[in-house]
Design a protein around this ligand. Sequence first.
Ligand code: SF4
Ligand code: SF4
Ligand code: SF4
Length: 197
Amino acid sequence: MSDKSSRRQFIDRSFRIIGFLGIGGAAGVLTKRASSSAVYQIDPFKCTSCDLCRTSCVLSLSAVKAVNDFEKCGYCMLCPAYMDVNSRPDEKGIPTGKVCPQDALKRRVVGRVDLEDPNNNYYEYAIDETRCDGCGKCVKACLPPAGNGSLRLEIRYTRCVECNECAIRVVCPDDAIVRVPVPGMAPTADSSEREKA
Ligand code: SF4
Ligand code: SF4
Ligand code: SF4
C-alpha cells in the first residue's frame, strides 16, 4: 500500500470514527465549534502513545481517548491490553492485574457463552470515556505481536473544545496531531495538509 493511499484511508477513517459517535451529533458539534473546515485529529500512523496527550490537553480530563476498532480486535479472552500479563496469576492461571490505571477498559462476553471454559468465549472491549485519560498504555499493549493493534488514541469531538492551537499539537514529539476535514465539508488546502507531506 502506498503512503498516499494509507493517508487517504486515515482521512476516510476519521469520517467512520465520527460515524461511530453518531454523524448528526458529532458533525453538529464540529460545525458549531470549528472555526475552519478542519479539525484536529491524531494520525495513528505517527502516534507513539507517548503519554503527552494525557498531560497536555487544556481540559482537566483529556479530550483524547482510546478507541477500539472492533473490525480488527480479536475479542481475546487473554487480552494483553486489558490484563497485565506480568501480574500475579489466579488459580486458573489468569493474570489478576489490569493494564489501565483508570479501569477505563471494560469488557463483556458476546455471543454464545461457555460457562465451563472461558477460553471459548469472545470478549468485547470498550472504553469508558468518562474514565479514560488518553494515557495510551492500552494502545501500546495491544501492538502486534502481543495484540492485533486494534486500539488507538483519538481526539473525541464531543469533548474537544477546538482550541485555536491544540496544546497537544505544540508538544507532540511525533508531529502526530493533524488537521482533517469536518464531516460534511469538502477538504481544503488546510484540512488536506497531510496529503502534501
Ligand atoms: S503527544 Fe503525539 S505521540 Fe504523544 S500520545 Fe499524543 S498524539 Fe501520540
Ligand atoms: S488510554 Fe489509558 S486510561 Fe484510556 S483506556 Fe487506555 S490505559 Fe486506560
Ligand atoms: S484542541 Fe484543545 S481541547 Fe482539543 S485535544 Fe487539543 S488541547 Fe485538547
